[in-house]
Design a binder for this molecule. Sequence first.
Ligand SMILES: Cc1cc2nc3c(=O)[nH]c(=O)nc-3n(C[C@H](O)[C@H](O)[C@H](O)COP(=O)(O)OP(=O)(O)OC[C@H]3O[C@@H](n4cnc5c(N)ncnc54)[C@H](O)[C@@H]3O)c2cc1C
Ligand code: FES
Length: 249
Amino acid sequence: MKNLMTVVDQKSIADKIHEMVLEGDITSTMETPGQFVHVRINDTTEHVLRRPISIADIDHEHSRFTIIYRAEGEGTRKLSKLRAGDAVDVLTPLGNGYPLEQNDHVLIIGGGIGVPPLYELSKQLNRMGVRTTHVLGFNSKKDVFYEDKFRALGETHVATADGSYGTEGFVTDVIRTLDQQFDCFYACGPKVMLKVLSETMDMDGYISLEERMGCGFGVCYACVCETAEGDWIKLCTEGPVFRKGEIVL
Ligand SMILES: Cc1cc2nc3c(=O)[nH]c(=O)nc-3n(C[C@H](O)[C@H](O)[C@H](O)COP(=O)(O)OP(=O)(O)OC[C@H]3O[C@@H](n4cnc5c(N)ncnc54)[C@H](O)[C@@H]3O)c2cc1C
Ligand code: FES
């Protein structure tokens, strides 16, 4: 569904990381954590392709939702220049999100710009009474965001690749030290992280892929990926969330 949303607030929360709050009626259709919005950068023909960004936080009471993104290339850099009152054209809600299962204790693992959708996920799981432990990985201290927000929902560990904050190393270095039982894990982040987790975690899990997309709603085939059975599926309509082992990483 195409919609014009209004920017309510936009601020920088870490190095090149922006938090944008948008308001509009379409928020009422957002339910499942892990779904994404497809954002049009501007009205020119310069950026024909929309940019997929995960829904990080849903506030039904005020018809608002939050996206968190890294100003990576030209499109997202332009997005970061928008201010309160500006309009943004989005398609939403797109994709299949994380299944919400009534478990006792789950592990939530995010890497870099894979962290945002896990915040809404953790909020909803906590609301259901599921205990959540979070492990967030970043390159460096300057890249860390939402640590306190996750901490307010449950035990939270941070790893940085350069050791400038938290545990030195990767999320797997933290996970190795956790002496707790988890029913399953939920993850989003770089493909290499998802691959290692899928291969090493001795429990059920769900992963979300943030690969390149074209249309975002199933017609262009820009996002196909291979399943473990050798079929081809579209990430935008059948993902971006998959069960561990379902697709070839
Ligand atoms: C389902 C989904 C959810 C996403 N959620 C988020 C989010 O919550 N926050 C966020 O910051 N990003 C997210 N992304 C990634 C985001 O879509 C890209 O970073 C963005 O489209 C890049 O646009 P650009 O105009 O800045 O870069 P471009 O100018 O298009 O490209 C600049 C550089 O970024 C690289 N790049 C482009 N797209 C991607 C991508 N999908 N993944 C990795 N590298 C890419 C290009 O190869 C190039 O090197 C998500 C992607 C998907 C598919
Ligand atoms: S992005 Fe076009 S089919 Fe998935």
